[in-house]
Design a protein around this ligand. Structure first.
Ligand code: PEP
Ligand code: MG
Length: 909
């Protein structure tokens, strides 16, 4: 039997169906499917993608069987539609459209009105009773055919557009503004001029034989698969060249046969916010491309179609419902209304925003169209899109306007999603002072990079913008933890603290000027751009809105209910005492990382006294001052979490982050204050600062190295933890602290710290007369720790992967400096994703796998988690599920995202 290349869809039956996207392309498969479910589809046929591959493999020739199959299919269409291709009395016209497996909007070619010539134009005029329409259809066909098949389409901006020039000239001569105001006579002249232009520029006559025309169009559509645009698009979206395109040849229906006709593109429900009901654009008395071309402003289906064409509108509404019921998805459709009759030309799953994705998925479940599990599918709600529901966002129109006004001045790494608009402030202290004067002040903290001291400024600012740093730089992770909008590594931004200015791309702004940052895209705009607050945050965090008042929240809550039902991974938060309420509001199941150094930001003087101390006595004196602060902070944190586990990490960062020559330089009295408090000379303070300076602080004196060299620091922190825990236990709170040692590479390091922790615990329990259930474990953030995990697990009761450092140490790329080359790496396909945002599964992931396996071989019940920034990134969360981790820990605002990703992976596995 001959290979089947052509699949008809006519007379209420398709030879193909919706599942055959690989063979028939998306458009062809769905045309067949719509036909099969009884929707009005103009008859036609699809030439399969296989022919496209044959065409390219055989020097642009077709398989020998194709001709007969196409001719037979054409005859079938004639029969069903009751017309004749090329007939002088009852002409039938065709369209010819591309259609790949995945839609490649606008990349390939289309020709309409195939079959028009000097004879059919007359018969079409008679049949339609509209001479103007017939000649307009003819001139459109010649134009498209000339462009697409005969190669006259301008390829660059400077190439002449012969047809448009003639058309414009004709309009001018006729003194009219729009094409549809040209008379039949004028269009007739235009047809002659078009033909002449083809002859002049191609040397060939415009073909009048309908069969020659149709083959010309089929060839042109197959050829357009390999045009530059299409190739670039495929590369961008990872669409294999071997897929090929199908070609759809279909009987023409007309939206331009008078005022009873229309053409449009619609959605079965709104895809910006998700409201139900058929909606979209349409134009009366127009052909398909007029709607998208933007020459005439389209009307809104949901606003006026019901008045203009009530019957057709009701029918479309019904079709929309039927399509959704059948495809179980919101659809994006093209249609034509010919003399009151609706014809469907295309349907496909619609693209949507995160807002719409949630609302639509939940509504479809509530309407009984899909199951809870289906609602959670990754393709319906990409986990990251939940972000949009949590963050304030720019008003779409306001942002468009800002872009139009050329106010986009720079672009950096989008580190903290959301939108913020505010006045530029450079220093944390200024930000605080402004905030204290007026709590409603809107500020954007702009820094070259941030340091721990900036935290106070970050807290009161709406957003943070830095010229340096990457996605896991301090600024980025702190701002994400606080749920602040943040852009880092904005390379083109020149920040001049002395002059109080920033400049980029020829624009200079000064302190106090307004600036707007889009943390979703990394775009920076000068001036104000209006924002909208997130309702979910108002309900859960600010509690300024009742749950039942927000439709967004109601659906979000329903969705999260299903998420919790199906996920296996627990989700904890990276939080200290100040974020505990946020973590709780988003439903964390514990704290996976409390970075104790963050707790010192507000006790910086005492902390610095500890740093500059020369002797153990001096240090212990400073630590004694810090103890009550730490205890109080732990108490707040434990209380907020109740019986949920709280992982407290001992001091980790290099000390110079808190005290460097910059700090001494920026704060005149600092050295004096420290020298007095500690009882050492000012010179000693300066010398200590000099001693603390490191060439490569990320690989220097930090992590457990601090606690080993200054054991008294670990002892103080352990005491603060256990005193707080014991006191709460006495009050009836069932606390579960987990003490975590950072940057361990050797089991002996962990042993050293564990001994101090356990000894301190015993002492405190004896003093307080109560025991607390606790664990001691370690971070895995150094390759050696991962490789010797079997050994380390003899001491550690849990592992938490610190993938920020593990990425830095495995890749040998500084987490603060990689911004200078990673963007280029990605542009040039050296690496695919930013390894500091998505776990490098082959490298870092391999080490994690080894650590999990070896760790659990030693200790079967070893608890495994992750607390690096990757813990809130969907693909990394899914990877953690596959590794068999117990939990992921992430910034409070990413908890819902991590939960959804966890559920999606659980359902997929
Ligand atoms: C890590 O390294 O992944 C981690 C969580 O610790 P920090 O970011 O504080 O170094
Ligand atoms: Mg770390």
């Amino acid at each position: 039997m001959a290979t089947k290349y052509v699949y008809s869809f006519s007379g209420g039956k398709g030879e193909g169906n919706g599942k055959m996207k690989a063979e028939l392309g998306g458009k062809g498969a769905n045309l067949a499917e719509m036909c099969n479910i009884g929707l009005p589809v103009p008859a036609g046929f699809t030439i399969g993608t296989e022919v496209c591959n044959y065409y390219y493999a055989n020097d642009r020739k077709y398989p020998p069987e194709l001709k007969a199959q196409v001719e037979a299919a054409l005859k079938e269409v004639e029969k069903v539609m009751g017309g004749e291709f090329g007939s002088k009395t009852n002409p039938l016209l065709f369209s010819c459209r591309s259609g790949a497996r995945e839609s490649m909007p606008g990349m390939m070619d289309t020709v309409l009105n195939i079959g028009m010539n000097d004879e059919t134009v007359i018969s079409l005029a008679k049949k339609s009773g509209d001479e103007r329409f017939a000649w307009d259809s003819y001139r459109r066909f010649i134009q498209m055919y000339g462009d697409v098949v005969m190669g006259l389409k301008p390829q660059t901006k400077t190439d002449p557009d012969h047809f448009e020039e003639l058309l414009e000239h004709k309009r001018e001569k006729a003194g009219v503004k729009f094409d549809n105001e040209l008379t039949a006579e004028q269009l007739k002249e235009l047809v002659a001029e078009y033909k002449a232009v083809i002859k002049k520029h191609t040397g060939s006559e415009f073909p009048t034989d309908p069969m020659e025309q149709v083959w010309g169009c089929i060839g042109a559509v197959f050829s357009s698969w390999m045009n530059d645009r299409a190739i670039v698009y495929r590369r961008m979206y990872n669409i294999p060249h071997e897929w090929g395109t199908a070609v759809n040849v279909q009987a023409m229906v007309f939206g331009n046969l008078g005022d009873g006709c229309a053409t449009g593109v619609g959605l079965t429900r709104d895809c910006a916010v998700g409201t139900p009901g058929f909606c979209g654009d349409y134009l009366i008395n127009a052909q398909g491309e007029d709607v998208v071309a933007g020459i005439r402003t389209p009307l809104r289906i949901e606003e006026t179609l019901g008045k203009d064409m009530p019957k057709a509108h009701a029918e479309l509404d019904e079709i929309g419902k039927k399509l959704e019921k059948h495809f179980k998805e919101v659809q994006d459709v093209e249609f034509t209304i010919q003399e009151g009759r609706v014809w469907m030309l295309q349907t496909r799953n619609a693209k949507r925003t995160g807002f719409a994705a949630v609302r639509i998925a939940v509504d479809l479940v509530n309407e009984g169209l899909i199951t809870e599990k289906e609602a959670l599918q990754k393709r319906r709600i990409p986990a990251d899109d939940l972000n949009q529901l949590l963050q304030p966002i720019f008003d779409t129109e306001a942002k468009k306007k800002a872009t139009k006004e050329n106010r986009a001045i720079a672009k950096g790494i989008n580190a903290g999603p959301g939108a913020a608009t505010g006045q530029i402030v450079f220093h944390a202290s200024d930000a605080e002072a402004l905030y204290n004067k007026d709590n409603n002040v809107q500020l954007i903290l702009v820094r070259k990079e941030t340091s721990p001291e900036d935290l106070r400024g970050m807290k009161v600012a709406k957003g943070i913008l830095t010229a340096f740093g990457g996605a896991s730089s301090h600024a980025a992770l702190v701002s994400r933890q606080m749920g602040k909008v943040c852009i880092v590594g904005c390379g083109s931004l020149v920040v001049d603290y002395d002059k109080g200015t920033i400049s980029s791309g020829g624009t200079t702004l000064k302190e106090g000027d307004w600036i707007s940052i889009d943390g979703f895209t990394g775009e920076v705009f000068s001036g104000k751009v209006e924002t909208k607050p997130s309702e979910i945050v108002q309900v859960l965090v600010q509690k300024t809105m009742k749950p039942e008042e927000s439709e967004t929240y109601t659906r979000y809550a329903q969705l999260m209910g299903w998420v919790d039902k199906y996920r296996k991974l627990k989700v904890r938060a990276n939080a200290e005492q100040d974020e505990a309420h946020l973590a709780d509001a988003f439903g964390c199941e514990g704290v996976g990382l409390c970075r104790t150094e963050h707790m010192f930001f507000s006790k910086i003087q005492e902390f610095r006294e500890m740093i500059v101390s020369e002797t153990k006595e001096q240090r212990e004196k400073a630590l004694a001052k810090l103890l009550p602060f730490q205890r109080a902070d732990f108490t707040t944190l434990f209380k907020a979490l109740g019986s949920r586990p709280v992982t407290i990490r001992l001091l980790d960062p290099p000390l110079h982050e808190f005290l460097s020559e910059h700090h001494l330089h920026d704060d005149d009295g600092l050295a004096d204050r420290l020298s007095k408090a500690v009882g050492i000379s000012k010179e000693t303070v300066e010398r200590r600062v000099e001693e603390l300076k490191e060439t490569n602080p990320m690989l220097g004196f930090r992590g457990c190295r601090l606690g080993i060299v200054f054991a008294e620091i670990t002892a103080m922190q352990a005491r603060a933890i256990f005193e707080a825990a014991a006191d709460l236990k006495k009050q009836g709170v069932d606390v579960h602290p987990e003490v975590m040692v950072p940057l361990v590479g050797f089991k002996t390091e962990l042993d050293h710290q564990t001994k101090i922790i356990r000894d301190t615990a015993e002492k405190v329990f004896a003093e307080k007369g109560v025991k607390v259930d606790y664990q001691v474990g370690t971070m895995i953030e150094i390759p050696r720790a991962a490789l010797t995990a079997g050994e380390i697990a003899k001491t550690a009761e849990f592992f938490s992967f610190g993938t920020n450092d593990l990425t830095q140490t495995t890749l040998g790329m500084s987490r603060d400096d990689y911004g200078s080359f990673i963007p280029l790496y990605r542009e040039n396909d050296v690496i695919g994703d930013d390894p500091f945002q998505k776990i490098d599964q082959t490298g870092v992931g391999r080490l994690m796998e080894i650590a999990c396996k070896d760790g659990r071989a030693t200790r079967e019940k070893l608890k495994l988690g992750i607390c690096g920034e990757h813990g809130g990134e969907p693909s990394s969360v899914m990877f953690c599920h596959k590794l068999g981790l117990d939990y992921v820990s992430c910034s409070p605002f990413r908890i819902p995202i991590a939960k959804l990703a966890a559920a999606q992976q659980a359902l997929e596995s």
